[in-house]
Design a protein around this ligand. Sequence first.
Ligand code: RNT
Ligand code: ZN
Length: 418
Amino acid sequence: MTITERFEDAKKRYAGMGVDAEKAVETLRNYSISMHCWQGDDVTGFDHEGPLTGGIQTTGNYPGKARTPEELMADIDKVLSLVPGKHKINLHANYAIFEKGEFVDRDALEPKHFAKWVEFAKERGLGLDFNPTIFSHDMVKNNLSLSHPDQEVRDFWIRHCQACIRISQYFAEELGQPCVMNIWIPDGYKDIPADRMAPRARFKDSLDRILSIPYDKEKVLVCLESKVFGIGMESYTVGSSEFTVNYAASRGILPLMDNGHYHPTEVVSDKISSMLLFFDQIALHVTRPVRWDSDHVVLFDDETREIAKEIVRNNALDRVKVGLDFFDASINRIAAWTIGMRNFQKALLYALLCPNEKLANLQEEGKLTEVLMLQEEIKTCPFGDVWDYFCESSQVPVRETWYDEVKKYEEEVLVKRG
Ligand code: RNT
Ligand code: ZN
């Protein structure tokens, strides 16, 4: 049987459950994920030589890491050729591209330092998202930035974030679609702090000052990401969940939840509905924490599917801005990216193929045995046939054949990098 014939068969099976598989595929085709640029070079960027700091870490030294903008762009192209659909690229400020010999510090960045990225995005019909880079820099002092007691330190990072808002608006205007700009700070303490309030009060004030510059709120969607701990900041983070959610709610910006940033038995899937009742839009970093905030490659696992279900069945595909956030340096980076992207799409497709209305009705009627039964039966529906059809009809490799492309690219390109 051809892939199309299998799809036709699968369609009937799903139709029997009241699910329109054709519609699911079309919905997925038009959905774009924000693909993080930093999987390609272990979060290094192009504006500094030093190590990755800020309590985050990449482990592994698999060959082939991108060293230049050209290499990173080529790698992104390779990934996009293996992933169905049109997406956005999520850039960090440390991926600024300077002229030969030029150096501009983070507080003085301008749109022109990202012109090459805009050109890259335009040529491919992609959108761009953005992030201030408040780590891997010597103005993060004693693990503190926007909450630092020293005004000079705070001012530097305030200027940086304001520059990033201007760059984000430039992205939005050039590309004709909103730019999601996410602020995350590493600030925190290794051991029990003597004063939890003062750093948070300063962070709040810094954020207010950042947002006081004029910008178009339709074009730049400013987000604030929370965190529960970082390496070396195990006891306290300034930008905790309560801080960021309350700040975002009171200032009309978006809260961003990264599913590696909660206590081990807490799940982001359970938080989405509550957030959607109080925010027009929210943002996610989809990642995979293994025992800690390890940022492993996203899998097609229970929690990823559950996150996707919450987005789909609450009709929130437009309201939840999804970006991926993982960085594995121990395996082929092109494969890591591709696996994560394809897996989140699979999770969405899985959610789109669930008889969501029927399940919700059963729950309302109190028929909970039937809910459990049906949720389990769905797991063996011919999901793979629909996924294969989606890939084939999107002109990307079907099933594991994409890996042949990665192997070829590794042999021809990646191993030749120093
Ligand atoms: C760190 C946050 C943050 C970063 C990226 C690189 O814990 O998750 O989102 O991973 O900005
Ligand atoms: Zn994150």
